[in-house]
Write a protein that binds this ligand. Structure first.
Ligand code: 4NP
Length: 160
C-alpha cells in the first residue's frame, strides 16, 4: 500500500507544489517511487488551476525541479484519502484543523517545520515567499530540501 502525502500551503502555487517536487525527486532517487503518492493543495482557492508561481518555477528549475502541479483547494475527501497532511506554517495548520471533521483527520496533520534540521536555529516553519524577492524563494527551497529528507526518513523508519 502506498503512503500518501499531501503538502499544504495557502495558495498552492509556491511552497506546497515545490515541496511536492522535492519529495517526488527524493523518493525516486531512493528507488521508492512506487511506494508513495505525493500531492499538494491550498487552503485558499484563488489560484485554482494555475501552474506554480513563475518565480518558484524558475528558482526550482535551477535546482533541477520541473514543477507542473496545477493548484487546487483542499477538499474534505483529502482528509480521508491521504495518510499525512503537511502544513507549511501555523496559519495553514489552523486552517486545516478547522477543515478537518474528526480527531482522526486532525491527527494526520503535521508541521513541515518539525522536520527542519539544518536551518532549525533560524526557522521552525516555511515562510511564505509570495511577497518576497529571490532570496525568499531560495530560502523556501532550502527549507523544503532540508525538511523533506527528514520527513521521508521518519516515514521510512515508521515514526509517522
Ligand atoms: P503559497 O504562497 O501559500 O506558498 O502558495 C502564496 C501564494 C499566493 C498568495 C499567498 C501566498 N496569495 O495571497 O494569493
Amino acid at each position: 500500500m502506498k503512503t500518501k502525502i499531501l503538502f499544504i500551503c495557502l495558495g498552492n502555487i509556491c511552497r506546497s507544489p515545490a515541496a511536492e517536487g522535492v519529495m517526488q525527486r527524493l523518493v525516486k532517487e531512493r528507488g521508492l517511487g512506487d511506494c508513495f503518492e505525493i500531492d499538494s493543495a491550498g487552503t485558499y482557492s484563488g489560484h485554482h488551476g494555475q501552474l506554480p508561481d513563475p518565480r518558484m518555477r524558475r528558482h526550482a528549475s535551477r535546482r533541477g525541479y520541473n514543477l507542473t502541479h496545477r493548484a487546487r483547494p483542499i477538499e474534505s475527501d483529502d482528509f480521508d484519502y491521504f495518510d499525512i497532511i503537511v502544513a507549511m506554517d501555523e496559519g495553514n495548520r489552523r486552517n486545516l484543523m478547522q477543515l478537518a471533521s474528526s480527531p482522526q483527520q486532525q491527527a494526520k496533520i503535521v508541521m513541515m517545520g518539525d522536520y527542519i534540521v539544518k536551518l532549525r536555529a533560524h526557522y521552525d516553519y516555511v515562510p511564505d515567499p509570495y511577497y518576497e524577492g529571490a532570496e525568499g524563494f531560495e530560502l523556501a527551497l532550502d527549507l523544503l530540501e532540508d525538511a523533506c529528507g527528514n520527513l521521508l526518513n521518519d516515514i521510512i523508519n515508521n515514526k509517522l
